[in-house]
Design a binder for this molecule. Structure first.
Ligand SMILES: *Cc1c(COP(=O)(O)O)cnc(C)c1O
Length: 477
């Protein structure tokens, strides 16, 4: 399987060649040259597979045997998707399922994706990436210095995936004193030698700007082998495809049935994996894009106009991991929507990259959005609290704020005759303040994380200055 860029001007590359990078050299995003197809017989065979076998059945169609020998791929998958890595479970769930479901009522389920070490769905892909990075770097004798900016979830998932990995160092910038106490403790309590937490005096955008500035210094980037694990990384999307299959198989008994998914969305990475699963033949009815107050994606799916907003027009909400106004993976879907016309993508994103917008009504593309199953809706703070309360009262289940956005929109848009799986993208314990506001009680926390805030913490506080960050990297490599 070769990977091509949505902008059509980069050479086709193998999975391991694009694994360590982000954007293609032409500024586009990588996608498989064509999507592998899973037949009715394939789906039937999958019904008896565990998570590891299912992951291998799917990923082995996306990674060539002469790129990563499939026996090695199998070993990496087996090492990643273990019950002790994704070990948190609630009543009636088995950790062996890795992504167990919770039945709320007939045809309404949560798909638990947040039972990993940092209690958010990002662990599902990031843990695999950590093992793949170590494998590829060891094999080629290379090293990488991952540089990232985080407002909480991405940074912790990346650090827990990369800690102790050979050939990898992580330099993670976060806004000084602006993450939740839980998120800060999660990241700063890591004592591994290859993890460097840098608290930048400023806001998230200052940290993000520094990462961009360092990455745009091509000499520095090459000399210090600066890498990234942000949400456009193809390896992350690929790993996320697996649990759509797993969720489908968990709530159906025949391949004639369809299911729908509701996906709390920000950068469009998670729901993009659902789109690709559908393109590979998974019988999906609706793919619901659920946003919070930052509703740029809801606006597109309702009007056909994609108008990203700047940082100044991004609201801070109680589902903070979706506070995004430029969906970095959206280009992947639009590429398929416009019939994989890379010249068209270059035109559309020239406008976006210059702060503009585009309208897909003019060429009739927007009329086809429904053919891809997409439906959308948005949620706000009051909706979120109300949904958390109702879910607790009606089903006795405590959900987090992001999952609440997904459930709220799912209830509005679903066909009650079709099983609906709402993706649980984080556990409530991660966003304690909002849960206390909604329920008047502190959410349950996995036993392994009791007392997290009392552990010794390690971080370096620096001014928001590109040269200071570069010097810090130089001094620690
Ligand atoms: C990252 C994140 C999201 C958004 O996922 P995208 O792939 O960016 O759309 C939603 N919920 C939680 C809890 C997250 O951490």
């Amino acid at each position: 399987m070769k990977y091509i860029s949505t902008r059509g001007q980069s050479a086709a590359s193998s999975f391991s060649e694009i694994l360590l990078g982000g954007l293609a050299p032409d500024g586009g995003l990588y996608l498989p040259e064509q999507y592998p197809q899973f037949s009715d017989a394939d789906l039937t065979a999958m019904r008896s597979m565990n998570y590891r076998e299912l992951a291998f059945a799917i990923l082995s169609r996306l990674v060539d045997n002469n790129d990563i020998p499939h026996t090695d791929l199998q070993a990496i998958i087996d090492k990643t998707y273990r019950a002790d890595v994704y070990g948190y479970t609630r009543a009636g769930q088995s950790a062996e399922d890795i992504t167990p479901t919770i039945k709320l009522e007939d045809n309404l389920y949560l798909l638990s994706l947040s039972n990993g070490p940092t209690l958010a769905f990002k662990d599902m892909a990031m843990q695999l990436l950590g093992n793949l990075f170590e494998y590829v770097l060891t094999k080629t004798g290379q090293t990488t210095n991952i540089l990232g900016a985080t407002s909480g979830d991405t940074g912790s998932a990346a650090e827990y995936a990369m800690r102790g990995k050979k050939g990898v160092r992580v330099f993670m910038l976060s806004p000084y004193q602006k993450m939740s106490r839980f998120q800060t403790a999660q990241m700063f309590s890591l004592q591994d030698d290859n993890i460097f937490n840098i608290a930048v005096k400023g806001v998230f955008d200052d940290a993000q700007d520094i990462v961009k500035a360092v990455s745009n210094d091509h000499t520095f980037k090459a000399q210090y082998k600066i890498g990234a694990v942000n949400s456009i990384n193809w390896g992350r999307i690929a790993a996320q495809i697996v649990y759509y299959f797993k969720g489908y198989l968990a709530v159906t008994t025949s391949n004639d049935q369809k299911v729908s998914f509701s996906v709390p969305s920000g950068n469009f990475g998670n729901v993009c994996a659902g789109h690709i699963a559908r393109m590979m033949g998974l019988p999906i009815a609706q793919l619901i894009v659920a946003t919070n107050e930052n509703d740029v994606l809801d606006e597109f799916f309702k009007t056909g106009v994609y108008a990203p907003r700047g940082a100044a027009n991004t609201y801070q909400t109680s589902s903070p991991s979706m506070d995004i106004s430029k969906a970095s993976n959206f280009e992947r879907f639009v590429y398929d929507l416009v019939g994989r016309d890379s010249a068209r993508i270059r035109e559309l994103w020239t406008a976006v990259d210059h702060g503009g917008k585009f309208d897909l009504n003019t060429e009739g593309y927007f009329d086809q959005v429904g053919d891809f199953g997409f439906v959308s809706g948005s949620s706000n703070h009051a909706n979120r609290l109300q949904t958390i309360r109702a879910t607790k009262e009606k089903y006795g289940v405590t959900i987090d704020t992001h999952t609440a956005d997904g459930l709220k929109v799912a209830l509005e848009k679903r066909d009650p005759n079709v099983p609906m799986l709402v993706l649980e993208t984080a556990l409530a314990a991660k966003f304690e303040d909002a849960i206390v506001e909604a329920l008047g009680e502190v959410p349950e926390r996995p036993a392994s994380l009791e007392g997290l805030e009392d552990l010794p913490q390690k971080s370096t506080v620096l001014d928001a200055n590109v040269d200071l960050i570069k010097s810090f990297i130089v001094a620690n490599t």
